[in-house]
Design a protein around this ligand. Sequence first.
Ligand code: ADP
Ligand code: MG
Length: 701
Amino acid sequence: MNPNLLQTPIDYLKGVGPNRADLLRGELGIHTYQDLINLFPNRYIDRTRYYKIRELQENTSEVQVIGKIVHLKTVEQKRGKRLVATFVDDTGEMELVWFRGHKWIRESIRINVPYVIFGRCNRIGHQFSMPHPEMELLTEHESSLRTAMQPVYPSTEKLANKGITNRVINKLMQQLFTETGGRFTETLSPALLGELSLISKQAALFNIHFPKSQELLAKAQYRLKFEELFYIQLQLLIKNLIRKQKIKGYIFDRVGEHFHSFYDDHLPFSLTGAQKRVIKEIRHDLGTGAQMNRLLQGDVGSGKTIVALMAMLLALDNGFQACIMAPTEILATQHFNGIKELVGDLGINIKLLTGSTKTSARTEIHEQLLSGELHILVGTHALLEDKVKFHNLGLAVIDEQHRFGVAQRAKLWHKNTIPPHILVMTATPIPRTLAMSLYGDLDISVIDELPPGRKPVKTVHRFDSNRLKVFRFLKEEIAKGRQVYVVYPLIQESEKMDYKDLMDGYASIEREFPKPEYQISIVHGQMKPADKDYEMDRFVRGETQIMVATTVIEVGVNVPNASVMIIESAERFGLSQLHQLRGRVGRGAEQSYCILMTGHKLSGDSKTRLETMTRTNDGFEIAEVDLNLRGPGDIMGTQQSGVLHLKIADIVKDNQILKAARYYAQQLLKRDPSLAAEENKVIRYTYGQLSKHKNIWNYIS
Ligand code: ADP
Ligand code: MG
């Protein structure tokens, strides 16, 4: 068909006047015919079954009843008016109720004429009542397209109030198919259609809106989901290819003195297989002449720091500077001390730059950076300040990436004419499925092995009522010379309630663990940084045995002697947060414990989280469960959610289709990277539309 027809403004569709057009645009983002055709149903319901009023039961899902309205009245209420209709069939009577849109309903409703009503029922006393039913005259109902699977379209309250019901959308869809003849251009290549036995675009669109059978509906869904995911993957992969071709990177082809002397003389342990593999991957990237943009995933304690350090040493060996950026001052300081200790007397100039660096030291850092005297700069986002100028930054390492936005990543780029290589490290394992969709433009390395000799943390769930037993256990551990974390939830650092919980908890621990036998540290978000550092320091040095804290210690802190982690109100933490917290212990040679404290009242999700934590220590497994519980949007925050606004596919549920889509996109690009081949014409054309539109479904129609 003429593709321009699909670009017709929605106002021109028969049945859509200026008012409806405005509503469709405003509420559903439907501007054109094309947008409407790509409004996919959320679900389907069986409209072949009709209920008698006598058969109605509470809490059944939507039901469909044939009958007549015999009476219509307005009932005044404290909270506004209600419009109530008495609806009867030959078995009884019920009420239909509207709280809004009275004018429109009064005008359009006909008394004593057979209607088919559809909706959910409530029971009020002996009577059933259906709020805001969907209604259709029986005569119209009989003449319209009936299927066992009636689509239910996305809607909004405003649309419902203005009378744009599901049935109206359905009618518009029928009209659209009439006007366009239901002929839609194919958007996948014949090869793909054949190989995957996909139905045509045309058949898919028809059956997604007017399913002829369960089987055809399933085929339509598969085809459209595949297509959606395929073009997303193709886009990500092509972006990555282009980046590799276009974005020049420094070539680090020397493996020199720093790297070798560190490897030979300063490595305090032998690297794990996973660490070696990842270092190899990084070395490969750094030698290709393209800019490296790599995400390094590794569970807490898997040893990412040393990998980052060795990559930085490569930069130094090739005459470049390197930097590492951490999300908090505590972490930056820990990196700084750790790295200093590791490199020892290698003659490397390392400095720390954070918000609290003194002006004189700061000036010195700025000067040494510019002159090239400074080799490695460690710091917080203070590194991103305009005043921080490098002589030649070759590699930027970003730790705990989810705390920094993409924009901040980009900022580091602009510190040079040629962008530095970027290594992003995260301890939040991102399930592969999600990583593939979110970071298709990054290369991904995974450290999936812990250093040898680590004993897995033993995790248990205890109810608050067993607190005394838990305290007794703590005393035993402390008597053995161990240290303990007690963590309280603090979702928002300003939440007063949380603060009170923390202070109450602190008081009760002070009572139970009196001085001078026990020393307690406390760290929370309302303390001054200097005081936090002081308390943290006391704990690190072993002067205090108990650290009472809010989640500020969530990330990165390393105290190998701490072997017990108590998490209070554990039901309030997310899974990945619990896992992060648990990662604070189990860093030394001793058996470590994580005790999850909760009350007796637990939601289903909380139970799943607790059960998962006590069952496994595997961060990736935990991340998968988390993804299933929360959905991808919540996990990644809004920041990257752009790619997650899928219209039909679901990154979690359609995991298998996603894998297939990625596989076929990769195969395609391997054979035909520029999509020049005749047989890929359709894909090239469709892909070409990609950059023109934000909404992915605009470029695949
Ligand atoms: P993370 O990946 O959480 O940043 P770190 O880099 O802080 O982990 O490493 C955790 C601890 O494990 C550190 O004390 C580090 O020295 C140690 N470590 C790292 N790699 C190894 C290894 N291959 N063998 C033994 N210990 C290691
Ligand atoms: Mg770390």
